[in-house]
Design a protein around this ligand. Structure first.
Ligand SMILES: Nc1ncnc2c1ncn2[C@@H]1O[C@H](COP(=O)(O)OP(=O)(O)OP(=O)(O)O)[C@@H](O)[C@H]1O
Length: 921
């Protein structure tokens, strides 16, 4: 049972004649006409929110004798046995969450699903939309519970999260490393408003490493210790079984032995019920389990470095990848895009099915614009679902009003389904066909028919607070409830009286007065000052609470305030009686309501795909193909392109298994970072199913994308810069695989050149052996020697031109932003920079000589160690052998000759390695 109320709709009234002897339809029109007249004559102040009546009252609205049926009623909830810690933190928490719920346009992503077919993509977004949904919500209305295994199970993490705004419980459990990188990344993506952990993990002074890391990394997020006993996996499973919508119940099989995520779910649901003061209806919640296998992992630092969803210089700026691709029309589409960018797909079939769809949308303009128009009219379905399935513990005026709004929104949304389906019927790609099929669900019509039996045909969701108030007042059909009809007549009369009063005042003082309405003031009077002569040079005494904004006066009178009170009283009655009807209606439609999950999935995915297609039309993008090579012809940086408004200089990117390590050199400001970032951004774009800013693109799917990008030099923080560098690199080394994409920009700057080169060199060698695709930008030209040592390394540089100044000494650098093979000839950028100053020439020359000697010495020293040199010779031999084995074109004789050559080469290298290397002093 979804809702219960002691009051029944009064039967038998439908046979009654309407008021004022007119027919019900006429009466309805008359009543609406009056209210609409006023609503159109007044300026709407602010968007939709609770009316004054709703806001002003905390008292119980109903004298209902029945209790609301709680989904978890059998369990002792926090309300009955509140832990002390909870009690302390509760006040204000619900408000904060609620206010963020109401205000944010962004949030939970409806997950992108990797799957093998488009149909799978559909199903997955139901079953795994998790990570997406989980990951998105930057609308801080997410609460997360985290628990870690103890003893031998240390490192096993269970997480459960729920967004007050979206009806989805996301569970995850995974083994993490000692750096807890996965937990931190997941939390970063979720952006929770509050994190719950067992009190035992956070005992002062003895907190676990995970606890310290979480509280240090998320200082602005509220941390709440919860008694360990609430992290109860048995209860977690029971709650999940009770709450899970049947359509998603396969998840129960998946999680039944995942004790840690179930334990988190148990604590989270209890806590959520407590702070929200409402519970979820049984069988109403989408429950999903997300591992980290289906999406590529992008750690929080990389997401920030690449400016995926937030620009770290200006948080409100749209100069992010999200900003470039976001042409979505719905909150759900926006969330889905955001979550996809943070967690791109791994499954080639799913990505290609999205690309097919985008291609169709680009080729079929009618379909593109038709779908866009259809999608743009949808409201936030997830938000509505979430509200529909939460059972308030108290029945107040705001609750009543909210329920009426919900039924109006539900009707509005369901009425849009046929036009969306009709548009999709023109499509040819499997993904769109699959969404079209998913909308052929008789439940949509059933619910709508039931709604229409009690709600007026022309009731619909509209913008503007007064307009929406009118919609709510007249939502229920006339003759359904006699008392409701009487209350509405009373309301209309007060509205007429208000109009009349304002007209009389205008006549009395010969002033151009207008009736206005706002949620905070109710009805009030407005007057423009221009061309107005005030009697006795000032406003009449009768006008009180005067405010002035530019050339507009706003005020009221004692009589108008009284009328407002009458209006509020009448409204309360209307909402009360409409609520009784609406609650009963919701009870009836409740069993079908879960088809909205399908609709939400379809709308958000279509919105995202339309948005990606739209981005292609704004700039010239190309469809990527998936191979084992990253090869992008004339690639452009997507964000730079958007910022500058003109095409940046394009460059080719080529990395393959044989040449998987690229060393990029070039002076400061020559475009190295831009080049590196555009490679990573294009990789992500390809893996969410977007076209790319290039002439041709082939992409190897990356399981993870890592970046280490240097911050600007800061002499004061050099030591900490070095530590940050080392931590970031160590994270990459511990987590990257041969299928990863790694971007490293400027490593080893926070220490002496000698150490810097040494560290860079050993890290490079480690990564070269790992076979990940790596782009490594550096100012240490010494590293370019790696190309001669390893066949899979290639040097590239950013070209610059040096233009001599008129006085023959000062030199100007012209940046071409063009990539070229080989390493940069521009050594000692610092000295070049110094040359451009007024330093005496002899000082510069001496600096050049000393620098050259030092670098030669460093290099020679580094390569003088016989053991290291032997190791490298071994590695080169193995690499060449593998290449030979793969080269199927060689006939046996050529292969033998080739192998002989390799042997000779290897022996020479070994001998060389043991000879001492002369170091020039
Ligand atoms: N391909 C390009 N087309 C047009 N402008 C570019 C391009 N690449 C870089 N730029 C411009 O040059 C500026 C400097 O580029 P970037 O930061 O990539 O240089 P860098 O070589 O990494 O510098 P540093 O070594 O100092 O970090 C960018 O802010 C951008 O405005």
């Amino acid at each position: 049972m979804f809702f219960s109320s002691s009051e029944e709709v009064t039967p038998g009234l439908s046979a009654e004649p309407g008021p004022s002897s007119s027919t019900p339809a006429q009466w309805q029109l008359n009543m609406r006409g009056r209210a609409d007249r006023i609503s159109s004559s007044v300026g709407s102040s602010g968007g939709y929110s609770n009316s004054r009546a709703a806001c002003g009252s905390n008292q119980m609205f109903f004298s209902s004798s029945e209790e609301v049926t709680p989904g978890l009623s059998a369990e002792p909830g926090p309300s009955s046995s509140t832990p002390a810690q909870w009690q302390l933190k509760i006040s204000g928490r619900a408000d904060r969450i609620n206010s963020s719920v109401g205000s944010s346009a962004h949030s939970t992503p409806a997950l992108p699903h990797p799957g093998r077919t488009p149909q799978r993509d559909l199903n997955m977004s139901t079953s795994s939309s998790t990570s997406a949904s989980a990951s998105a919500s930057h609308a801080s209305s997410v609460i997360v519970a985290v628990v870690e295994g103890r003893g031998l199970a240390r490192g096993e993490i269970g997480m459960a999260s729920i967004n007050a705004k979206y009806p989805e419980l996301v569970l995850s459990q995974f083994a993490d490393t000692g750096t807890y990188a996965k937990v931190i990344t997941k939390l970063h993506n979720l952006m929770p408003v509050e994190i719950l952990m067992p009190d035992t993990a956070s005992v002062k002074g003895q907190g676990t490493k995970l606890y310290s890391l979480i509280t240090e990394t998320f200082p602005s997020v509220t941390f709440t210790p919860v008694l360990r006993r609430y992290f109860n996996e048995k209860k977690g499973l029971e709650y999940t079984q009770q709450l899970c919508v049947p359509e998603f119940s396969t998840v129960l099989m998946e999680v039944q032995t995942k004790y840690y995520c179930l334990a988190s779910a148990s604590a989270l649901l209890k806590y959520f019920e407590f702070v929200q003061n409402s519970i979820y209806a049984p069988k109403s919640l989408k429950v999903v389990f997300t591992g980290s296998e289906q999406t590529a992992m992008i750690d929080a630092i990389s997401a920030s470095n690449l400016e995926l969803v937030v620009n770290h210089r200006d948080h409100r700026s749209e100069h992010t990848l999200f900003g470039v691709l976001n042409y979505t029309k719905t909150a759900g589409g926006e969330r889905r895009l955001r979550s996809n960018i943070l967690e791109p797909l791994l499954d080639e079939v799913t990505i290609n099915s999205r690309l097919d769809t985008i291609e169709e949308l680009l080729q079929n303009e009618e379909l593109f614009f038709g779908l866009k128009n259809a999608i743009a009219q949808f409201l936030d379905i997830d938000e509505l679902l979430s509200a529909l399935i939460q059972i308030p513990k108290q029945e107040t005026v705001p609750v009543a009003e909210a329920k009426i709004t919900q039924i109006i929104k539900l009707k509005h949304i369901l009425e849009l389904v046929p036009s969306l389906k009709a548009m999709l019927q023109h499509s040819k790609t499997p993904l769109l066909e699959a969404y079209c099929t998913s909308l052929e669900d008789s439940r949509f019509n059933n619910i709508l028919d039931q709604i229409k039996s009690l709600i007026n045909d022309d009731t619909s969701y509209m913008k503007g607070s007064l307009t929406m108030r009118t919609q709510k007042c007249y939502a229920v059909r006339p003759n359904v409830s006699e008392f409701l009809d009487i209350a509405r007549r009373a309301y209309t009369e007060v509205i007429d009286d208000i109009s009349e009063l304002v007209a009389q005042l205008g006549e009395k003082y010969s002033l151009p007065l207008r009736t206005s309405f706002s949620n905070t003031r109710g009805f009030f009077i407005q007057m423009r000052l221009e061309g107005v002569v005030l009697p006795a040079g000032k406003l009449p005494e009768e006008f009180i609470k005067v405010t002035r904004q530019k050339s507009n006066y706003s005020f009221t009178t004692v009589d108008l305030m009284k009328m407002n009170d009458h209006c509020e009283e009448a409204l309360k009655d209307i909402f009360h009686m409409s609520y009784v009807v609406v609650s009963k209606l919701l009870n009836e439609v409740y069993e079908h309501i879960h088809c909205l999950y399908k609709l939400s999935d379809a709308v958000s995915m279509l919105d995202m795909l339309l948005s990606l297609a739209h981005a292609c039309t704004v700039s010239d993008y190309v469809r990527p193909e998936f191979t084992d090579t990253l090869a992008i012809k004339q690639c452009r940086h997507p964000i730079l392109e958007r910022i500058s408004g003109q095409q940046p200089i394009s460059n080719n990117i080529y990395i393959c298994e044989g040449t998987n390590f690229l060393i990029l050199t070039g002076p400061n400001m020559s475009g190295k970072s831009t080049y590196l970032k555009q490679a990573a951004l294009c990789q992500i774009m390809a893996q969410i199913g977007s076209f790319l800013p290039a002439e041709y693109a082939s992409v190897r799917i990356a399981d993870q994308i890592f970046t280490r990008i240097g911050v600007d030099d800061d002499f004061e923080t050099n030591s900490s810069t070095f530590m940050v560098e080392m931590k970031e690199v160590s994270y990459i080394i511990h987590n990257a695989s041969s299928k990863s994409l790694i971007i490293i920009d400027e490593l080893g700057r926070g220490t002496s050149p000698e150490e810097g080169i040494g560290i860079c060199h050993s890290i490079c060698e480690f990564l070269i052996n790992m076979k990940a695709f790596t782009l490594f930008a550096t100012h240490f030209l010494e590293l370019c020697q790696l190309q001669t040592l390893y066949p899979n390394v290639e040097n590239q540089h950013m070209q610059v031109q040096h233009v001599r100044g008129g006085d023959g000494r000062a030199e100007k650098v012209v940046y071409t932003y063009q990539l070229s093979r080989g390493h940069s000839e521009d050594r000692h950028y610092g000295i070049r920079a110094a040359e451009m100053t007024n330093l005496p020439p002899e000082v510069i020359e001496e600096a050049k000589t000393v620098a050259a000697k030092i670098s030669q010495k460093l290099w020679a020293k580094h390569y003088s160690d016989p053991a290291t040199r032997k190791q490298r010779a071994d590695y080169r031999l193995v690499t060449r052998l593998v290449q030979a084995a793969r080269n199927s074109r060689l006939d046996p004789e050529s292969l033998r000759q080739y192998l002989k050559g390799l042997k000779r080469q290897y022996l020479a290298e070994i001998q060389n390695a043991t000879e001492s290397v002369e170091i020039e002093e």
